[in-house]
Design a protein around this ligand. Structure first.
Ligand code: PBG
Length: 329
């Protein structure tokens, strides 16, 4: 062949052809906004997540109004539980008038069209900061925890949650929750399973935000969250959750696990979400604040990367900003 007749650069020559051949796009429909709610009034900043705040239920409604106006389809609620509401049995997790339950009701009353997703896990409610109930040796015991998670998921559904998202990584919890939802008539409450959730150090700022870091201390979650070295195991976990009735699955964290997103999407072809977690947000934010990275360009590039890897959507603390940036573009 003569000197190249095939020149990939031709299609990159102009904006019109770059647009025509672009394979993946990020849109507002891909964004899910995580929000922290607290019992206090007003807003309180999260030091390790600049730009992210803990919100009272009233303030949450203001933020939800912004999300709705921007066209964001859904948000995920994370309650910051007061120390006195924490216990060994995590009973506050399914209190009818608990913070999460009140926040769900307020959101569904004001914004029925906005999807409300709830986190199902006990860590905000346990004195030790683990996601489940512990036995005498401090081991998170699976089957008792699943019973508690069922109570929690039902109370969220009763309050009006559209989607429950178990983030605890106990075995069998999706099936138990699905069965309880069906039996109680919540047949349309969807389950977004954190199926491949890794024991990651990137959750640090989140644990500061919800105040479970102190409780957890030097403890870790390696006896239930996945080992970062594993990949085949993620497929096994996703397969189990789908068999048990999950409607959507999630990979978490995001950027260091894009290979897992791609494998899950290729293997199962089901709605697959990725969580750009607190540590990923903090890294980008810190570099941007130092003038080392262009925040907008890097955040949008990272979010597009999730789409390219096969994600149907991304849970991201950049959701409001990203929605505004996409509108401006
Ligand atoms: C709780 C939960 C965690 C996150 C979401 N749900 C923390 C953890 O597992 O310790 C982390 C989210 C983030 O880092 O942004 N089960």
């Amino acid at each position: 062949m003569a000197f190249p007749y095939t020149r990939p650069r031709r299609l990159r020559r102009d904006e019109f052809s770059r647009r025509l051949v672009r394979e993946n796009r990020l849109g507002v429909d891909d964004l899910i906004l995580p929000v922290f709610v607290h019992e206090a009034s007003g807003r309180a900043p999260v030091a390790s997540m600049p730009g992210v705040e803990r919100l009272s239920v009233d303030e949450l409604l203001r933020t939800a109004a912004d999300a709705v106006a921007l066209g964001i389809p859904a948000l995920v609620l994370f309650p910051v539980t007061a120390p006195e509401a924490k216990s060994l049995d995590a009973a506050a997790a399914w209190a009818e008038d608990g913070l999460a339950q009140r926040a769900i009701r307020a959101l569904k009353r004001e914004f029925p069209q906005l999807g409300v997703i709830t986190d199902v896990a006990l860590d905000p409610y346990t004195t030790h900061g683990q996601d489940g109930l512990v036995d005498a040796d401090g081991y998170v015991s699976n089957d008792d925890t699943v019973e508690a998670l069922v109570n929690q998921a039902l109370s969220h559904a009763d309050a009006g949650a559209d989607v429950v998202a178990p983030s605890d990584m106990m075995d069998g919890r999706i099936g138990a929750i699905r069965e309880a939802l069906e039996e109680s008539g919540h047949v349309n409450t969807r389950i977004l399973a954190y199926s491949a959730k890794y024991a990651s150090a990137f959750y640090g700022p989140f644990r500061d935000a919800v105040g479970s870091a102190g409780a957890l201390g030097k403890g870790n979650k390696s006896t239930y969250q996945m080992d970062p070295g594993n990949s085949d195991e993620a497929l096994r976990e996703v397969g189990l959750d789908l068999d048990e009735g999950a409607d959507m699955v999630m990979v978490k964290p995001g950027l260091p696990y894009l290979d897992i997103v791609r494998r899950v999407k290729d293997h199962f072809g089901v709605p697959t979400f990725a969580y750009q977690v607190s540590g990923e947000y903090a890294m980008l934010k810190a570099a941007a604040m130092n003038g080392w990275l262009d925040e907008r360009a890097c955040a949008l590039e990272a979010l597009l990367g999730f789409k390219r890897a096969g994600a149907d959507g991304v849970l991201t603390y950049f959701a409001l900003d990203a929605a505004r940036w996409l509108k401006e573009d």
